[in-house]
Write a protein that binds this ligand. Structure first.
Ligand code: C2E
Ligand code: C2E
Ligand code: C2E
Length: 91
């Protein structure tokens, strides 16, 4: 379709993230905590992140960005409409 609208924002559900446990979740939890600390944004229920951060997380998880985005949706921590907009292309 036509690219008239901006892509949906990537929004992490911090409450859901806090409920999850295990080694698979730990890198994402640390990354989100780092962004919160950098912004001084500690009290939100959600955290909007940069598209670029999904690429960094994909490297950490050794997955393609689109595959990682789908996994985060399955965990319930990422909004599905934003995940649909994550592509594996450069730029
Ligand atoms: P920075 O990248 O030099 O950004 C400086 C300030 O510009 C940010 O201060 C924020 O007020 C504003 N800013 C930059 N990009 C955006 C944006 O896309 N949207 C909005 N709303 N504001 C933007 P802030 O928030 O205190 O962040 C301080 C530093 O923490 C940033 O310096 C950056 O190095 C890091 N940071 C914060 N949030 C993120 C993030 O989501 N991802 C990454 N990779 N770094 C982040
Ligand atoms: P929105 O982006 O749809 O965000 C809706 C609400 O989700 C925000 O209400 C806030 O309570 C929460 N939220 C989203 N991302 C974050 C986050 O990274 N950290 C925290 N702590 N909360 C988050 P709020 O703050 O009343 O903002 C209402 C609307 O105002 C936002 O809707 C957005 O359209 C605009 N807005 C607020 N801050 C920024 C900003 O830094 N940059 C831009 N471009 N728009 C902003
Ligand atoms: P947003 O604030 O609505 O910004 C939407 C897009 O506008 C960003 O997508 C980015 O491409 C561009 N943009 C906005 N402000 C700046 C800026 O100061 N410098 C640059 N180079 N680009 C800017 P992006 O990067 O995917 O970020 C998505 C959302 O994540 C932002 O929506 C904001 O809610 C949050 N975010 C990203 N970086 C920061 C940051 O450093 N600080 C804060 N507080 N929020 C951030």
């Amino acid at each position: 379709g036509a690219a008239a609208e901006p892509p949906p924002k990537l929004v992490l559900d911090l409450e859901r993230l806090g409920e999850l446990e295990g080694v698979e979740v730990a890198p994402l939890a640390r990354y989100a905590a780092t962004i919160q600390a950098q912004r001084g944004d500690y009290n939100g229920k959600v955290l909007s992140i940069r598209k670029e951060d999904m690429r960094t997380l994909a490297v950490i998880y050794d997955e393609r960005p689109s595959v990682l985005a789908d996994r985060l949706v399955a965990w319930g921590v990422l909004n599905a409409e934003a995940a649909d907009a994550v592509s594996d292309d450069e730029s």
